[in-house]
Write a protein that binds this ligand. Structure first.
Ligand code: PMT
Length: 418
């Protein structure tokens, strides 16, 4: 029987719902970006959140409450006296039950009202009534955004603990380019995860993660690399951020978007990765090496493009230093072992040789596991001898299981964990 049989359906393991049990109040205001607010509502609902949408009168000029109600499968609050019949004060009720209040998109006008403490509609009253974190994603013309009054208002709200995501520079609805463009929904969702995880069990910890396959040049246009997509390392970086860690992600070239709220350091070669890891770990509590680092580089890469000639071409390869084994410092060390045979035996050898606290034995012979896949089949081996065999799981879930073990390692090393 296949070792993965029984642990998941043919379609692969089920995706997790990271926002399950969270209530998000989403305020949508009168900006052309309101349609992106609808997509945001849908994506948060798909992640398992209960999304309570509050729309200003102006927002309803761009998009209807019916659309938002259909996307969230919830009633939408679209006027101040909406729930008067139920004898509940909606904004107080919403403000209290929210885990986070998100205003996206937020106009200059709504930001001005919030900075001045004016509550004259259901959304401004909800923001004033809540004790929960507030996140604002502005969207407006560059001139309005850069206006001193708007900047002062944003500054005042930040001083009171309100978080902002964006705006970013780019094309504006007017056709101009500049700052004021609504942040990408992926980044807004990243900011929501980061805020909700602020008090997680890695709060205050500095974690360095590596990802991707290094590229070792042959000449100016060719290189040696491997099939790593970076998905595993990026998933770990995002999961550590969502537990409150300050994360540095050292990545070889990949085609993935940088996770919001993570410091990203881009490198090409194993030598560059070594340098970046050494710098980042100088003040780190933990290092997780998910990168597929090339074991060799071309001894003398050609300065010019190698011409095609008859006969064979021989490249001399020289060994790269082992980053995990050689990087200095007193931090928790987690390595991976990508193995196609003798998984546990080979992983245990690497655990001992590299003096690691934990090794993630990665079964790359299993179907849909390892390089490039969205899923991974791993066994976690601790220095203390504990072995945890996991079924095929989405990489985001594997990331969380690795971090559960990292938290235990940090506790054993005497770190205080919330
Ligand atoms: O990126 P994805 O497509 O999501 O795929 C994920 C992955 C399969 C790349 C990842 O899960 C994984 O297994 N990464 C480790 C791959 C690897 O290079 O394993 P290794 O057994 O050769 O190396 C052992 C450990 O030493 C690794 O943690 C590696 O990062 C580290 N190493 C290796 C060589 C080197 N010169 N320096 C190192 O630090």
């Amino acid at each position: 029987m296949d070792k993965n049989e029984g642990s998941q359906s043919k379609a692969g393991p089920e995706s997790p719902k990271p926002l399950e049990n969270k209530t998000i109040v989403l305020g949508i205001t009168g900006s052309i970006a309101a349609y992106k607010g609808a997509d945001l509502a849908s994506r948060l609902t798909q992640e398992g959140a209960v999304v309570e949408v509050v729309m200003t009168k102006e927002a309803q000029e761009f998009i209807t409450p019916v659309a938002l109600g259909a996307l969230t499968r919830r009633p939408v609050v679209s006027d101040m006296f909406h729930h008067a019949a139920s004898h509940q004060i909606t904004h107080v009720n919403l403000g209290q039950k929210a885990d986070i209040v998100v205003v996206a998109p937020a106009t200059a006008n709504i930001i001005a009202k919030l900075a001045a403490g004016i509550g004259d509609d259901e959304l401004t009253c909800t923001v004033l009534a809540t004790q929960s974190p507030v996140l604002i994603a502005p969207a407006m013309h560059a001139a309005m955004y850069l206006n001193r009054v708007t900047q002062d208002n944003i500054g005042r709200l930040k001083e009171r603990g309100v978080s902002f995501v964006g705006p970013v520079e780019g094309r504006l609805a007017s056709g101009h380019f500049g700052p004021g463009r609504f942040a990408e929904n992926t980044d807004i969702i990243g900011a929501i995860h980061q805020i909700l995880g602020r008090k997680g069990n890695l709060a205050g910890k500095r974690i360095v993660v590596t990802a991707g396959g290094t590229q070792e040049p042959i000449d100016p246009v060719r290189y040696i690399t491997n099939r790593s997509s970076g998905k595993m390392g990026f998933a770990i970086a995002a999961a550590a951020r969502d537990r409150g860690a300050e994360v540095t992600l050292v990545t070889a070239p990949v085609s993935l978007a940088a996770p919001y709220g993570v410091k990203i350091v881009r490198v090409n070669t194993a030598a560059e990765m070594f340098e970046a890891v050494a710098a980042a770990t100088a003040s780190a509590d933990g290092l997780i090496m998910a990168a597929a680092v090339a074991d060799y580089h071309v001894a003398s890469a050609a300065a010019n493009k190698i011409k095609r000639e008859r006969g064979t071409l021989t490249l001399e390869l020289a060994p790269n230093p082992d980053i995990l084994e050689s990087v200095k410092g007193d931090f928790a060390r987690v390595g991976f072992a990508a193995e196609s045979e003798n998984l546990i035996e080979n992983a245990r050898k690497k655990l001992e040789k590299k003096r690691l606290d934990l090794i993630v034995a990665n079964d790359i012979s299993a179907t849909d596991s390892g390089f490039g896949s969205d899923n991974n089949r791993v066994t976690l081996l601790s220095a203390g001898g504990k072995v945890e065999d996991l079924p095929l799981l989405p990489k985001s879930v594997v990331a969380d299981r690795i971090l559960d073990r990292l938290v235990s390692v940090l506790r054993e090393k005497g770190h205080s964990i919330h």
